[in-house]
Design a protein around this ligand. Structure first.
Ligand code: BEZ
Ligand code: MG
Length: 584
């Protein structure tokens, strides 16, 4: 390489690193638990309003602030700036300029509200980015309302009313950024009309995500994945009116067809010429909550697969058809067996129990975790060719066969509030199915998560997502100090992060050693910190230290001997304290 090529290479690398740092910095994280009845503080309000303002709100006729600024400055769209900034310094500078103006306008708005004449934030946007006062007035009218709602909190009086058996106004349940109409809180949360799922907005929003998922995999491997195993949850699809459902439909290359009552009960095939890529085979592993809430949608998904299977198309452009033919050619499966793709628990059952197996350390070989997933989730849902319903029929052989083809496993994440190391359910589902694929396909799948909260529908690998979560939560002083303000519960939250991270080691071996090294250093080797944790909640502290030792003992973390000795020492002392051997 000559010097200029070297310099170019170096600059490219620096820009990529810078993009990573920005990603960590800009990630919205909860900086404490929600306290029932307490309104948001100013900093939280600024962050939330900025996020809300960075999405188009077609239902309100409002465009995103970042798009308006980019347009006013005659720059490419904000989406293009986001996509191109990791590879172009100029785009990075343009993107930062747009974001700085957006951020500053929100701060000005929050700090100077009761001004006469042209409010300062509107004047600022006009001067800095040529945004017409009419356009920005619309945004700030929305933000003014949201701000007032965030500053008030009726949760306690509402709870009192509910306990007295009085009427509570209903309100939608969702994520604030997705649907600002959830405010004010303290109302009677209602869910969704299952016949609406996926809504037209959800279907539109799902398209770029499905495309980004495929692009990401094609970029890494040079080919489309023939089969993707996807996890579908109920609450997520309530909040998004079915974005994950719509992603399945896009992957298959169909769209919902609505009947005369506007109910999505059937699908319409998108022609291959329009789709411009093969139809992907999708194996769905569905939560018990989804199954209970979305009976019609389960039927819609089964029908979508059957419709695609029946299309007379080349096999290299219709992987569903290709796989069914191959499976039937073995002579062991009928069409009605080979076409099943919708799997959930037996009727009345919920969850995979993989999380309990991990939390209780009740496993020897990690393959047991995948086996448990299959045992729990191997019940088929749908209707056969004669229209007979087979909901809840045991179909382990069919699930195992379907998993044997899987190259990619995937779950959609649609909230800033709960990430993949905050709760044990992500590793129980996505980790569980990935482990099962490893056994039945003979190779570990590539595991992806989407982040539909960033405006550019980012798709990350599991490993990237774990690093991002570790940096922004467990290892981020802003996060853990926020948690520690809650005392006992805060320590429990820190322990949950460590245990759920461990869950990703157990199910997918997806955690780098440095993450455990840094957790040990931050929470155990730092004696003052260990003492704080111990005095606030010795039980969770013991569990956390024990989990680190378990990671090492199972060969999932290569720790330094000296670190292990300190962990063992701390664990022994915690045991003694809890068993009363040493009274403090
Ligand atoms: C669900 O919404 O379907 C779900 C929520 C938590 C854990 C598992 C599933
Ligand atoms: Mg490792």
């Amino acid at each position: 390489m000559d010097d200029s090529a070297k310099i170019e290479e170096r600059d490219k690398r620096v820009l990529e690193l810078y993009e990573r740092v920005l990603e960590v910095e800009q990630r919205l994280i909860p900086t404490g638990l929600h306290v029932f009845g307490r309104p948001s503080d100013t900093r939280e309000i600024i962050d939330l309003l900025r996020m809300v303002a960075s999405f188009d709100r077609p239902e309100l006729g409002i465009r995103s602030l970042t798009n308006l600024i980019a347009e006013g400055l005659h720059l490419p769209t904000y989406l293009r700036l986001l996509k191109e900034s990791p590879a172009s310094e100029q785009r990075m500078l343009e993107r930062e300029r747009v974001e700085a103006i957006a951020r500053q306008s929100i701060s000005i708005f929050v700090s100077a509200q009761n001004n006469d004449g042209l409010p300062p934030a509107i004047a600022f946007l006009w001067e800095q980015a040529n945004i017409s006062p009419d356009d920005s007035r619309q945004i700030f009218a929305m933000l003014t309302k949201l701000r007032a709602q965030l500053e008030q909190n009726h949760e306690t009086p509402s709870l009192m009313r509910a306990l007295r058996g009085e009427y509570l106004e209903p309100g939608p349940g969702a994520d604030l950024i997705q649907n600002p109409a959830i405010l004010p809180t303290g109302r009677n949360t209602h869910a969704v009309n299952p016949y609406m799922v996926p809504s037209p907005v959800a279907f539109e929003r799902a398209r770029p995500v499905a495309e980004a998922l495929l692009e990401r995999h094609v970029g890494a491997t040079g080919r489309y994945p023939e089969t993707i195993a996807m996890v579908l949850w109920g609450i997520d699809n309530i909040k998004t009116e079915g974005e994950a459902v719509a992603q399945v439909l896009w992957l298959l290359g169909v769209k919902p067809r609505r009947d005369s009552l506007n109910r999505a009960t059937d699908v319409e095939v998108i022609p291959l010429a329009e789709l411009g890529r093969p139809r992907i085979d999708v194996v769905m592993t569905i939560s018990g909550i989804f199954r209970d809430l979305f009976g019609t949608t389960m039927g819609l998904l089964d029908r979508a697969v059957r419709r695609v299977a029946e299309l007379d198309e080349p096999e290299d452009l219709n992987f569903v058809r290709k796989h069914i033919k191959e499976q039937m050619a073995t002579g062991d499966f009928s069409f009605d067996e080979a076409v099943v793709r919708v799997f959930s628990n037996a009727a009345g059952n919920y969850g995979t129990n993989v999380n309990f197996m991990v939390l209780e350390s009740q496993w020897e070989d990690s393959a047991e975790l995948g086996d448990l997933f299959v045992t729990r989730k191997s019940f088929a849902y749908g209707r056969d060719s004669a229209g007979r319903n087979f909901d809840g029929r045991e179909a382990k052989r069919l699930l195992e066969r379907a998993l044997s083809r899987v190259e990619v496993t995937y779950q959609n994440i649609d909230t800033t509030e709960v990430g993949i190391t905050d709760v044990d359910h992500y590793f129980e589902y996505l980790g569980g199915v990935s482990k099962a694929v490893e056994k039945h396909a003979g190779a570990r799948p590539v595991i992806y998560l989407s982040d539909t909260l960033s405006p550019n529908a980012k798709v990350r690998t599991l490993e990237e997502t774990i690093k991002l979560e570790a940096r922004t939560k467990a290892l981020n002083p802003k996060w853990y100090e926020g948690m520690l303000k809650h005392g006992f519960s805060g320590v429990a939250e820190i322990e949950h992060q460590v245990t759920n991270t461990f869950g990703w080691s157990a199910t997918a071996d997806a955690v780098d050693d440095w993450i455990y090294d840094a957790v040990a250093e931050t929470f155990v080797l730092d004696e003052a910190m260990l003492e704080r944790l111990r005095s606030l909640n010795p039980h969770s502290t013991r569990t956390m230290v024990g989990r680190l030792l378990e990671a090492s003992g199972r060969g999932l973390w290569k720790a330094e001997q000296s670190v292990l000795e300190k962990l063992q020492d701390a664990f022994g002392k915690l045991e003694d304290q809890l068993e009363g051997v040493v009274t403090r």
